[in-house]
Design a protein around this ligand. Sequence first.
Ligand code: TA6
Length: 299
Amino acid sequence: MHNLLNTNLGIIERIRFEPAAENLIKAVLTHPNGSSLEIYNLGAHISSWISAEHGEVLFLSKTAEFRVGKAIRGGIPIIFPQFGPNGPLASHGFARSMPWTFRESRTNDSGDLFLTLRLESSEQTQATWPHLFLFDLEIGLSKTLSLKMRITNAGEADLSFTMALHSYFLISDISMISIQGLSPLEFLDNLKGLARTEDSRSTIEINSEVDRIYLSTSEKSAIVDSGLQREIALRKNQLPDSVLWNPWIEKGKAIKDLETDGYRKFVCVEAGAIERPIQLRPGGSFTAEHEISVSSASS
Ligand code: TA6
């Protein structure tokens, strides 16, 4: 299968497809600027983004599992059509644990690379979510990493869903980072039954379990890592909410596919549409974008 993909979508020295564990397929994108991306067909999951100047940007658990039916622990899981456990589906929905189809590849004069994947409703998805839909995701590698999404209601009935990009960012240590751009906005605290809460601090340091859904946040937020002397800047549109999550020690130990002390090495800052589900009439589409960039940051 990967040979056919290399014939149809491969770009010499830029985009190639490799067989991966459990009959999965991994796309490897290599930009002329020296940066690279790895994307699995499972969940359209970006498992690695290596910036030429700043190294690996995403956390991937050393004990992550790679098989259909299980989300890869780390990278950027695509959460759809249900964020969290409250609803008719398994927590965080099915998109992140199903195989997507590689559809298109392209490059531009700057050597930037783009790969599009699609998840389409099927008997399997309709068994738990009786709707017809198309989810197209274009992943772009330039100086930044971009994700452009289009979700289309392909059925005759209205469609309603919540979603998020559940990004795990690699950090030097949880004690060495601060989060900017979320506080002091209102959030739903998942540690207090989703109670509406505020945190008066303008930037957030993490020294215990945190699981917050910030509501109607601005387009921009950032993770400043004084250990790695870098800043990961996040920009989003049409994704009004931001989730901040770190499981800390006890919850971290309880996550079977999270490596020992893995909680120290990542923070999740997730762009999503959670508080207000997206509603689509028949034939309607929802588009959203998320862009991630990395730069040097003096401590
Ligand atoms: O996005 C935060 C969260 O909803 C947490 O409550 C925690 O459950 C996390 O997602 C991980 O969920 P997962 O199903 O990937 O183990």
